[in-house]
Design a protein around this ligand. Structure first.
Ligand code: NAG
Length: 413
């Protein structure tokens, strides 16, 4: 290695830090399962070096909601950032608590985590303040995939901090989130009851944000269903993401609105067979939106090309199915559903050739490959508790590998 390059190497982690998207996720996990998928996608993108998760906030009064978030963070081995929760009237009635608990208690019982409920976390305003204070100006990207209660509260409490640190917001908008559980102007959600303390939030937030911050509205281009691979004859994945999807969808699939918002927040708005259209959005007190001609407000609709819905499904499912990284997986590229072995696109490095190097975390398997002469990548299958069976490979030719759902092959970049 040239000595100049060696001298520069210690600086590389610093560079790596700031080229990653500085991501905050604001979620209403509990009622629908696509929030689980969204956090899974965010964690996958963090594990593969594309994003730093600065905070995750929960934005309804569902008591166990933030506990469900922590179950997922723990499963992915990346929980060292502020968590916070909305505490207020919105969604707080006993009936609303039940309606929001379609899988959360189940995953909390099956996968222990440090945080179970909002008595154990700071408020969302406090967590937002901590995360934003630590960020550089104009860098933070917020994926708003629930109601706008927390955004309203942090903008009210710390407007200068918020407006100086945030670069852009992508909203999973529409009648449910902006309309506080589909109140449709009635002040009552059919599922969650009174919309008190949520009505007016989306209007306030969208109006308060200055044109220096980009606002992207994402409920456009038709539904993309994901999660069915969890219930295939040879299912993919393992852990709370899979369990929540299977419970909520009754072994089916679910539109992937929230995961798509997080995916685009990190990979950009043209990354998912998609494009932006400049608009000006007006939101009324009950969250009803009207889209008007662009007036330079730095507001956009993002559209997915409907001809590529199947490609989007595959891309999101690949991430949902992936084993949790639990470390740094940025040096390798995931080839989902690829099983490479002797005579099928790879030379096996294990002895005997069909044995595994062991059961371990994905990041440990990749590190083992780093240390192995000739190793170009690993084929992994999931082994329970989020770990993988690790099979090291040389001479990888992805095009010649088998396609098989419960295997991924990670190839060194
Ligand atoms: C960040 O933005 C704030 C508010 O606009 C400003 O006062 C501060 O000087 C900025 N900090 C840096 C490091 O540019």
């Amino acid at each position: 290695m040239p000595s100049l390059l060696r001298l520069l190497l210690p600086a590389l982690p610093l560079l790596a830090c700031c080229s990653k998207v500085q991501l905050i996720i604001d979620t209403d996990l509990g009622f629908d399962v696509d929030d689980v998928g969204a956090i899974a996608v965010g964690q996958h993108l963090a594990g593969t070096g594309k994003a730093d998760i600065l905070a995750i906030l929960h934005n309804t009064a569902f008591y166990e909601g933030v506990g469900g978030v922590d179950v997922l963070n723990s499963f992915y081995g990346n929980a060292g950032f502020p968590l916070g929760a909305y505490i207020g009237a919105w969604g707080s009635s006993p009936a609303a608590q039940g309606a929001q608990n379609s899988y959360t208690s189940m995953i909390e019982e099956a996968y222990p985590s440090a945080v179970q409920n909002y008595d154990q976390t700071p408020s969302a305003v406090k967590a937002y303040t901590e995360a934003l204070s630590a960020a550089a100006n104009g860098t933070v990207v917020i994926a708003s995939i629930g109601e706008c209660t927390n955004l309203r509260d942090i903008i009210t409490a710390e407007p200068d901090l918020f407006f100086s640190k945030v670069k852009e917001i992508i909203y999973m908008d529409g009648g449910y989130n902006f309309g506080c559980g589909d109140s449709s102007g009635s002040g009552t959600s059919p599922w969650l009851g009174s919309t008190e303390d949520c009505d007016g939030a989306a209007q306030f937030v969208v109006d308060a944000i200055p044109p220096s911050i980009k606002q992207v509205f994402s409920l456009n281009g038709g539904d993309v269903y994901t999660g069915s691979r969890f219930s295939d004859a040879t299912p993919c994945g393992d852990g709370p993401v899979k369990d929540a999807y299977r419970r909520y969808t009754n072994d089916g699939s679910r539109p992937s609105w929230d995961p798509i918002a997080v995916y685009m927040a990190v990979n950009g708005y043209d990354s998912l067979y998609s494009s932006l259209t400049p608009v000006t959005v007006a939101v009324d007190y009950y969250g009803r939106e009207s889209y008007n001609a662009d007036t330079g407000a730095n507001q956009f609709q993002v559209w997915i090309d409907g001809d590529h819905n199947g490609d989007v499904t595959r891309e999101i499912d690949n991430m949902l199915c992936s084993a949790p990284c639990r470390g740094d997986c940025s040096g390798y590229e995931m080839n989902s559903m690829k099983n490479c072995y002797g005579g099928h696109g790879a030379t096996d490095l294990e002895q005997p050739s069909t044995s595994s190097a062991g059961t371990m975390d994905l990041s440990e398997c990749l590190a083992l490959c780093d240390e192995t002469d000739g190793c170009e990548g690993v084929a992994v299958s999931q082994a329970g508790s989020g770990q993988v069976e690790c099979y090291r490979k040389a001479d990888i030719d992805i095009a010649a590998c088998d396609s098989y759902i419960p295997f991924d092959t990670w190839v060194r970049k």
